[in-house]
Design a protein around this ligand. Sequence first.
Ligand SMILES: [Zn+2]
Length: 373
Amino acid sequence: MATETPGAGALLALLREEGALTRAELATVTGLARSTISLRLDALAGAGWIMPADGAVSSGGRPATAFVFNPAARVVLAADLGATHARLAVTDLDGRILAERTDDLRIGDGPEKVLGWLSGEFPNLLGPAGRRLDEVCGLGLGLPGQVDHGSGRPGPEAKMPGWEGFDVPGLLGERLNVPVLVDNDVNIMAVGEHSTDPQVEHLILVKLGTGIGSGIITGRRLHRGARAAAGDVGHIPVAAAQGLPCACGKIGCLESVAGGAALAARLGVADTREVVGLVLDGRPDALRLVGAAGRAIGEVLGTLVTFVNPSEVVIAGDLAEAGEPLLSGIRERIGAVAVPRTTEHLAVRASHLGDRAGVTGAARLVIEHALAF
Ligand SMILES: [Zn+2]
């Protein structure tokens, strides 16, 4: 018998995908003996991962015929940290948010201070969710820079002094005693947005905020690249940024002409949200600059669309709130630059999840990891 028989994890995966299934149906799908199915279902039910479909645990001795996945079996901690903001959430195993909070936070304060704050806040959030720390199956964290997903250690990032190479999972795992998964903030946003329509095979999410980045889903999986740098599109050179210096040290990056920080500097306002305010007020100089930014972004995305051939391009981040003056430029240039076949059925749309895409994706990473047994 060389072939591996499906284990308890495979039965759990089937129940998650298909909904309620009986022992007989599971036996048909897996080819396992009914007695084997019963043993594995007993183990899964004993650990709380599944429950009888009718909710009757012991209804007068009648054995439950169908079982379903129990999304309340454990909870997940999720955090999305930006340069100046944090969003924390507690979710169930379907990624549904049970409790959340947002706060101002300076990522530049360094990992000890920021992660110390984070590990102190999560227990306070479990109370409102009605859950305990010993029910947590993991913590997912997004950081605003490149992260080596395997080790959870951040790469070099100008806005994150002191974080490079820091053992983020080590510190959080020690404080909270849970497994910790860390990834780039735009990657987790792409995972979160993809979870709203998991049938989509290929998707690119572009985050337009202070800077510009993207997360790429191909074959329903996140594409991180060899050095966790895939999708760092803000630092692709564009003609419109010719001669302009970028925070990364290069000249002529997309971000230096179309990033929120660059636009704010050109318009003499504090940040991306104020840029959006000027656009919504109809200020001609803001409309002109944001329109040009949209076209520069579309220029890069058009090339990306030809390369990846996604069915969806999702526009997210604070600058996306500028709406049509930005989006029309993006759509126009994608249409002009990309190979026609790749844009025939392409949807360029705003994020469904908005500010919650990050925590939703961070929770998803943990859920898939925790349930892969
Ligand atoms: Zn750059």
